[in-house]
Design a protein around this ligand. Structure first.
Ligand code: NAD
Ligand code: UDP
Length: 372
């Protein structure tokens, strides 16, 4: 097992996380458990959402043990987390399907909560390589559930996706909306949710299954952000790579949908708001043996053309685009009902599409080739 204990650092007054609103009543949780900081095992800690969440966890007093196999991330992220948070996470490089290694990490660090980000997330790739998606997303989740069995973990937070709703008949999408995933990726996220629900039902552990809408943006420092491998599948990374000169023009997939400007509408959420949603989830009461599902979105829909306009405003130059055919499988309108997140987690997203574009652009312009 390659173990990397990053050098301890003290939080400084310049720590950007110090300037951010601390979320909900997390401080109470930390105080109640004082003496020992609550320890959280974060799988996929080096990834896009995982790295932003690690910073907010450290900023809110949690101890973090991260695991990742760097399948879709770079080790340098760990240095940047330490730089931004003013202290480091503990980290072990491993594949979550290696249950023995994972169990050894759990035995050594004794976490009381798990946030499970590690997984594969590209819809198109999941169609081409379905077995890989079932292996990592479902096999990896089963391995993690096995590794924590009998441990002190009493809270399990899972990264699910609004993709489990497929093409919803009505918006806003509530947690009661029928699930009907239309890709192997979506089916693996739903299967992982169901595995968690069944396995935790016999344990002293409660679960929160968080269904994210469209995460975009970056840490306001511009030091960490999304670094997709190859040609980006998603709108915001593609638009920003056009802005930085890596791509000639954005292809907008269809302008003949039944929406005000003809382009699809989505619920984009700033990755820092999403990270703070996980901090809130760690201080939310859960019932042993039970899981709850919560949507994490802003409740506001933005069309593709609105996002392209906002991205151009942030960059200072319009984003070049062309209208092309629809992309198979795209729903016309998807945005979240946010009432359950507010009631259950006491959490609401506060950053708007302008903030998302500004921060995404800062990251992209400072790191035109990503972490490389
Ligand atoms: P990401 O690819 O940036 O992060 C995932 C991390 O998991 C990466 O660092 C990767 O190296 C790691 N990983 C992959 N397979 C692994 C394995 N077998 N063992 C150990 N580590 C492994 O993706 P992200 O955007 O941060 O997404 C995190 C989670 O959120 C995923 O589970 C994804 O399905 C879910 N999600 C993401 C989005 C989105 O648009 N970004 C939307 C909804 C849900
Ligand atoms: N989109 C686009 N061009 C791109 C990527 C995405 O027009 O290069 C559109 C896509 O059709 C959808 C929206 O942008 O309507 C959001 O797509 P994304 O892949 O970012 O997220 P999704 O909602 O599909 O998970």
């Amino acid at each position: 097992m390659r173990r990397c204990r990053k050098k301890r650092q003290h939080r400084t007054k310049n720590n950007p996380s110090d300037a951010m609103p601390k979320c909900g009543n997390t401080g109470d949780i930390v105080d109640q458990m004082s003496g020992n900081q609550p320890r959280v095992l974060v799988t996929g800690a080096a990834g896009y959402i995982g790295s932003h969440t690690c910073i907010e966890l450290l900023g809110n007093g949690f101890e973090v043990i991260g695991v990742d196999n760097f399948d879709n991330s770079e080790p340098v992220v760990l240095d940047r987390i330490a730089e931004l948070a003013g202290r480091a996470i503990d980290f072990v490089e491993l594949d979550i399907r290696d249950t023995d290694k994972l169990r050894a990490v759990v035995a050594e660090y004794q976490p009381t909560a798990v946030i499970h980000f590690a997984g594969l997330k590209a819809v198109g790739e999941s169609v081409e390589k379905p077995h890989r998606y079932w292996s990592v997303n479902v096999g990896g989740t089963l391995s993690l559930l096995d590794a924590i069995d009998g441990s002190a973990v009493e809270r399990f937070i899972f990264s699910s996706s609004c993709t489990v709703y497929g093409d919803p008949a009505n918006v806003p999408v509530t947690e009661e909306t029928k699930v009907a995933p239309i890709s192997p990726y979506g089916r693996t996220k739903l299967a992982a949710e169901q595995a968690i629900i069944d396995c935790l039902s016999t344990r002293d552990c409660g679960g929160l299954l968080l269904r994210y809408f469209n995460p975009v943006g970056a840490h306001p420092s511009g030091r960490i952000g999304e670094d997709p491998v190859g040609i980006p599948n998603n709108l915001m990374p593609f638009a920003m790579q056009v802005a930085v000169g890596r791509r000639a023009a954005l292809s907008i997939f269809g302008n003949d949908y039944d929406t005000p400007d003809g382009t699809c509408i989505r619920d984009y959420i700033h990755v820092v708001d999403l990270a703070l949603g996980h901090v809130a989830a760690l201080s939310t009461a859960t019932t042993a043996g039970e899981c709850d599902v919560v949507n994490l979105g802003t409740g506001t829909g933005s069309s593709v053309l609105e996002v392209v306009q906002a991205a151009g405003d942030a960059v200072g130059t319009p984003i070049a685009f062309e209208i092309v055919d629809r992309r198979a499988g795209d729903a016309a309108v998807v945005y979240s009902d946010t009432s359950k997140a507010r009631e259950v987690l006491g959490w609401t997203a506060t950053r708007d599409i302008g903030d998302m574009c500004r921060d995404h652009w800062l990251w992209q312009s400072q790191n035109p080739d990503g972490y490389n």
